[in-house]
Design a protein around this ligand. Sequence first.
Ligand code: GDP
Ligand code: ZN
Length: 450
Amino acid sequence: LTMNLDNDTICAIATPPGRGGVGIVRLSGPLAKEIAAELVAHELKPRYAHYGHFEDGEVLDTGICIYFPGPNSFTGEDVVEFQGHGGPILLDRIVRALVKRNARLARPGEFSERAFLNGKLDLAQAEAVADLINASTEQAARGALQSLDGVFSNRINALVAQLTYLRVYVEAAIDFPDEEIDFLSDGKIQAMAEALRDEFNSVLATARQGALLRDGMTVVIAGRPNAGKSSLLNALTGKDSAIVTNIAGTTRDVLREVIDLDGLPVHIVDTAGLRDAPDVVEREGIKRAYDEIERADHILLVRDLSSPSDEADWPSDIPQPDHIPLTTVLNKCDLAGVEAGIHSHSGQATITLSAEHGDGVALLREHLKDAVGFQTAGEGAFMARRRHIDALERALKSVEDGLFQLFEAHAGELLAEDLRLAQKSLGEITGQVTSDDLLGHIFGSFCIGK
Ligand code: GDP
Ligand code: ZN
């Protein structure tokens, strides 16, 4: 694998934009050590925290400089980190001093991409770096850390080993046609195929949970002003993340937020914010919220049980997507003197609850998790992406096709070919099989400095 891997020395600010106690500039490549030595005006010892000035004609900052010789560094190349004060001007000046000495600015994700191309991380692990940084719940962070540690990759590699074993067995049998009859009728292939199928399904189930940890679910909350949408949001999160007031229309600026539902990130789109669009910026926000409604996993229609006038259904000024499951929430059961509970009628649920007092809220939490099939992460949980699931599904399909060829059509050669295809699909997950397009797509969505 040599694609995209040039010999440049790259640099970037690795800490987030803005001001902070510490700011870090990262430098990676063949010139890293030499360039850094000029800035600190002395030689650098491996993995040693040098305290002193960073200079380029004048003192740029005071801080710590650490040199990690390749290949035992994040990228696998010589890496130097300048840890200075976290001011954008200071960090910019360090970067300029590096660029002056023939380093170039790193592209988004280029450090991680180099780590991948140099074999420090496989592709699923490199993706986990980004997913770890972007994790929106504690469970998601734990899952991403598991993937970064190779838990997911190990399961894929084990699957590949199982596939290879079966393929070698099948190919050997094809090479000795006299024995093909025995090979077809002995139970060994059948047993291997069953074990392989079970393992595929087990990895897929965990990966699907992992993708939920990463992407979460999107829930649209609709209902009249004062029905209790914000209160419901708070009741679901268990902390005060939405503004609750008794003045109609206060949720106007909150179009979207993420809550943590027992580890499942739930993106909430509040339709109350979708009513009027006074300026361009807000209109753009509203357009995006509409798109999100179209792709939502669930709709909660909140109604106020205590108010006879609240018979409103979906807001009349917003098109209702009828392909999305909808749950009616009858709120303020405390005021109406009604018991909390859940009723299902032809697949549509109605939940009676009190957002303010909490009765029935647990029912709604469970209901939402069930709706997307989310289980609280157990042993061996890891984070995964949609593309991993696609590849796993394709691989499993190839295996199924191949087994059909063998058992139904008695065509062992076709099984061998399908097993090869399956292996190729799995290779896309860890990056054994890849294209510049895929890499560009994955690393291009990283931040600069990662
Ligand atoms: P939204 O406009 O739909 O977001 O409604 P809010 O969540 O801001 O709630 C409107 C008012 O109803 C607030 O004064 C809440 O305290 C009150 N409220 C919301 N849910 C309940 C409930 O379950 N019981 C009672 N008694 N009051 C509630
Ligand atoms: Zn509100």
